[in-house]
Design a protein around this ligand. Structure first.
Ligand code: BGP
Length: 473
């Protein structure tokens, strides 16, 4: 492995999302978001109003503790910090003309802290936190009106932070809307009442909005680089039966057509035939096709699991919001997500072959139960060797993909500080290298503690990944 290395300016860091960490759900004029009525994540029905069992209302109180948290990220040596700007903090209802100044001030302060330590911000414009009012009144992205509201939000962000933020992502895991219309698309109509027509029309609105945001960003901030963000999930045929191979190919096309549109600027041919089969006719307005030609500068993605596909109906297992047929060769996390480091190398190669654009791994990590133990220095820690092993195995595959010739811009570890899970809304599903003392029942001091992985990751960054490659053959 002597030859393996990471590029000199590789962007090492961590990632969070506003709704999973900020809390302060009503503070300083913030409006409600769809997350405030999803106390069980995707595992339960939305409530009418926010309920006290919803851990996201307080999150990990990043809103008040961002200084301490960013200082810890700096201590680990982060070069980049990915976070989202809560839409409902800046436009409380989502459809008003003028933004909430106090919401904007909060992100000024977050950026001040990042700058203090030389950490590049990577901002997700929309991360599963559509303002609730837009969901209630417009049924989220089913309405074309959302394009204008979203662009007003983008323009506000670009005007305010354009000189300070170079890297932007338009929508988190845009392809998850097919499976999670409420969380991903702010669509309140229950999934079983939505037709394919409804869903693909909503997707079209998001894709046009994303392209328009890219155009606007390039016009307003010539140095900015804008990426799409895809839930990546390599799909292997369950057997070498050609029927299974074809089924896997089709499943991947359904998952990745979003990136095809965002990176290549047009709907791919295979989607036309699929939509015809489904009886879907996307309503386009004049100018939509031209707008889609505003393609992204880089492809970012989350990677947690791979799945199998079969031509036969089979039972599916757990996975990142989507799930799939389990792979008999792989072990799974405590939450049933199958662990496949080589899948990361596969997906990096696939995406680079497909788009020839730089790639950015903006989410990856292990959700696990942690146990706080004394650290021998009058504080507490977590001996999370399992997390270190997970990250190490994945990062080695990133190095191998780089060796394969893939251009990788960086890696931001998901939930670098413990936060509330998107799918299950638990705090006990921890990803962080920083432990946050808060439990699923809402108890806890909110104190932060460095886990064993904290020092490990610091060394990874310090050696630009070289320490990962030691003792490998
Ligand atoms: C992705 C989301 C994140 C994040 C992550 C881990 O789908 O973009 O917001 O939460 O998965 O998932 P979970 O929190 O469900 O374990």
């Amino acid at each position: 492995m002597a030859g393996l290395q990471f590029p000199q300016h590789f962007l090492w860091g961590g990632a969070t999302a506003a709704n999973q960490c900020e809390g302060a759900y009503r503070e300083d004029g913030k409006g409600l978001s769809i997350q405030d009525i999803m106390p069980k994540g995707i595992k339960g029905a939305p409530t009418k109003e926010p309920t006290t069992d919803n851990l996201k209302l307080v999150g990990i109180d990043f809103y008040h503790r961002y200084k301490e948290d960013i200082a810890l990220f700096a201590e680990m040596g982060f070069k980049v910090f990915r976070f989202s700007m809560a839409w409902s903090r800046i436009f409380p209802q989502g459809d008003e003309e003028t933004p909430n100044e106090k919401g904007l001030t909060f992100y000024d302060k977050v950026l001040d802290e990042c700058e203090k330590y030389g950490i590049q911000p990577l901002v997700t414009i929309s991360h599963y936190e559509t303002p609730l009012h837009l969901a209630r009144v417009y049924d989220g992205w089913r309405s074309r009106k959302l394009i204008d509201f979203y662009l007003r939000f983008c323009k506000t962000l670009f005007t305010r932070y354009g000189k300070r933020v170079k890297y932007w992502l338009t929508f988190n895991e845009i392809n998850s809307v097919l499976h999670q219309p409420l969380m991903s698309g702010g669509i309140l109509t229950p999934k079983d009442q939505l037709t394919q027509q409804d869903l693909y029309q909503a997707i079209h609105h998001e894709l046009v909005a994303s392209a328009a945001a890219v155009k606007l960003a390039h016009e307003m901030m010539p140095d900015a680089r804008v990426g799409c963000m895809i839930l990546a999930m390599p799909t292997y045929p369950l057997t070498p039966n050609p029927e299974d191979v074809l089924a896997a190919l089709k499943a991947e096309q359904k998952n990745y057509f979003f990136a095809d549109v965002q990176a290549r600027g047009a709907y791919p041919h295979y989607l036309d035939s699929y939509l015809r089969e489904q009886g879907v006719q996307i309503q386009m307005e004049p100018g939509d096709e031209k707008m889609l030609k505003n393609t992204v500068d880089f492809i970012s993605f989350s990677y947690y699991v791979s799945v199998c596909e079969s031509a036969q109906e089979m039972e599916t297992g757990e996975g990142n919001l989507i799930g799939g047929i389990p792979n008999p060769y792989l072990k799974a996390s405590e939450w049933g997500w199958q662990i496949d480091p080589i899948g990361l190398r596969v997906v990096l190669n696939q995406f680079y072959d497909r788009y020839q654009k730089p790639l950015f791994i903006v989410e990856n990590g292990l959700g696990a139960k942690d146990k706080l133990v004394p650290d021998g220095k009058e504080s507490w820690t977590v001996e999370d060797d399992y997390r270190i092993d997970y990250m190490k195995q994945h990062l080695i595959q990133v190095a191998k993909a780089i060796e394969d010739g893939v251009e990788v811009m960086g890696y931001t570890a998901w939930g670098c500080i413990d936060l509330v899970s998107a799918s299950t809304a638990q705090l006990s599903k921890r990803y962080g290298m920083i432990y946050v003392d808060r439990n699923d029942d809402g108890t806890g001091s909110l104190e932060r503690y460095r886990k064993k992985s904290f020092d490990w990751y610091r060394r990874v960054i310090q050696t630009n990944g070289q320490c990962l490659l030691e003792k490998q053959s």
